[in-house]
Design a protein. Sequence first.
Length: 756
Amino acid sequence: MSLDLSILKQLNNILKNKGYYYKNFKSYLLPLKDKLPLEISQKIDNIITKENPETSELDDIVNDILLEIYSIKRGDYNRLKEPLVIKFSNFVKTLEQLKKIGIETAEDIIFHFPYKYDILSSSSNDRCVLTGTFEDSKIVKTKNGKKILEAVFKGDTGYFYGVWFNFNNRYPLLLLKKGENYNLYGKLQNFNGLPAIVHPEFLSTDELGKIRPVYLLPENVKDNLYLSLLKKVYMEYSEHIVETLPLRLIIKYGFLDLKNSLRYIHFPDNINEFKKYNLLSHRRFVYEELFYLQLGLFIRKNSYGEVRGIKFDIDKDILLTLKPYIPFKLTDAQKKALKDIFNDMKSSKQMNRLLQGDVGSGKTVVAFISGVLAVKNGYQVAFISPTEILAEQHYNNFKKLFKDDFSSCLITGSLKQKDKKYLKALVESGDISFIFGTHAILQEDTIFKNLGFVVIDEQHRFGVMQRKILIEKGYTPDILLMSATPIPRTLSLTFYGDLEISIIDQLPPGRKPITTKAFRQKEIGKVFDLVKEQIEKGFSAYFVYPLIDESDTLDLKAATQAYEQVAEFFGEDNVGILHGRMKAEEKNYLMNRFKNREIKILVSTTVIEVGVDVPHATVMVIENAERFGLSQLHQLRGRVGRGGDQSFCYLVYSDKISEDGLKRIKAMINYNDGFKLSEIDLEMRGPGDFFGTRQSGLPDLKFSNIIKDTDILLSAREDAFEILKEDPYLNKPENRILKEMLKFKWKDAYELVNIG
Ligand code: ADP
Ligand code: MG
């Protein structure tokens, strides 16, 4: 049966005022009786004969009704998944075209929403209606033998054309009768100096003034044909459209039920109706999408919580033993993050926490301290970095801070087989506590004696997959993900809603803001001079060239030429070049020379390899800066300014810079704050591009824009949270709809395993 709002409202009342309902059940149940299936109405008949039925009997009835109403009949909804060609074979050509934009089933077309609405009138500017009497027509032959039909109409304000490049003798010629009135609709153009519409649609007079939804369609699918198909599909399938949101949420926000919302989206009859319901209908879909997203993420989060983790012992005494290792005072933000992490570690739940903070905000130290505490508890720690160079850097930094008081090792692909085997044996026997490397150490056959803590640096979603691998191998360590891509809070909620989040929003004291300046390519001489000043003061510099594709020989050539230019100016002995095709050992060798000041300038074609910590490097020159995204630019800039000395970032851009490229560079000059920059980035690129959903491992957001729809996102999140607090497995009848929808729509996307 379909969702009947009046029954649902009534039920909602019952659920809200249970006590009152028990006393006055007759007045509640009687009006419902006729609307319910026989089976239930018989039960009602039965119960209203009783003077004082048990409350449990009454509960049973309510349950039955709820189940009846809320159960989504899979079979029915599945009908919407039927390919349209089955029932609409006369639209076969149109359907072939629609396939190109992913429309194949009834569901596809019904949920393909218009991107705008036109009013069918003469005044709308892009597409409009021209009304006039048909005067005459002629067929003109073009140079290449094509025939064009030009029809002249006389309207109130003068003559206009209807033009057809493709026509046959039946259409539209047969249709046009001299002296009769026609309404031509389409894109307004200019033809022979007169207004014209090419391939117009003829509108009947009663269509004038109505609202016309406009859809993104393949070029050769005509609007009116599409609309008539859509209407037919809707009629045919509307009985199978079952409500997908619980009634109490529909009522809470004053939404319309699904079927009506769809009706007002696709077939707004008149302007008043449109004004009243269209926005509301759209809101419903935005809400629904974000609601299920949050619900899915919460469920996933709960499932993490079900994994029994390790209960670490962390007390003041242990913390005091660590104090001597840290040569500086932690910032308040670092302390707060540590407190969050300690609480997770102390609990028996498995930790899944994301530590966010700008480059250089001191995340690594926080991870080290937490890891060392795990070691003090007798466990092993794996510290996973995205590249070998970064793994080595973390390893070295760790040794610098903690000396050999904690056994540690670095396992990378460039190790000799023999050495690798040896180290792995030590890991297996538990002789080494702190293991640094890339994700290969988790994926390979490394066996840990007792892995208790894992840090995953800079790999966001990827870390969530690692978690699965670890659990499959029987490890349930606490997991700390680190990210230097600061993203606005709403985005974190959306994409990391299944993780706990700590944010370090403060840089260590004494950091001087980096001075950022932009130069045109032809001003590169000036940049060289500025860099020279710093080199002469004993500092070092990076030059970065974007190589989108390391195998692109043209790009590589450009980078090599740029290197030669730099080498010529600064002296070959002072400059080294680092590129992605080099072996790890070569890269390490070069990096070490740079760190030891044997070379003063590092020219690099890869971005990630620059992720090193060299405090005496004070200049970052980014060439072709217009080719980098904002977050990349910010990451690169974060490689300088790591000591106490004033640092500089010079953005060099070519003349081919786009408007957006210029905006990015301006943003870099104006802001040092990564959060601010990521907000700008998000605004410029839109959420889809900002975080390719493919990478994030989440379903696409079709209706919502999480920047604009923040308020809806937050309400949806709160609702999802409340519901799961009461009913974590969605077993109550009133939540059945949620469970069904999650399974039906989102199960794969969320890898939800624990909703049955
Ligand atoms: P992130 O991992 O967030 O990029 P790091 O942990 O690598 O940052 O810290 C950057 C630099 O700042 C390191 O050299 C680190 O030793 C130093 N540092 C970290 N925290 C502090 C602090 N509270 N006070 C002073 N220096 C700090
Ligand atoms: Mg770091």
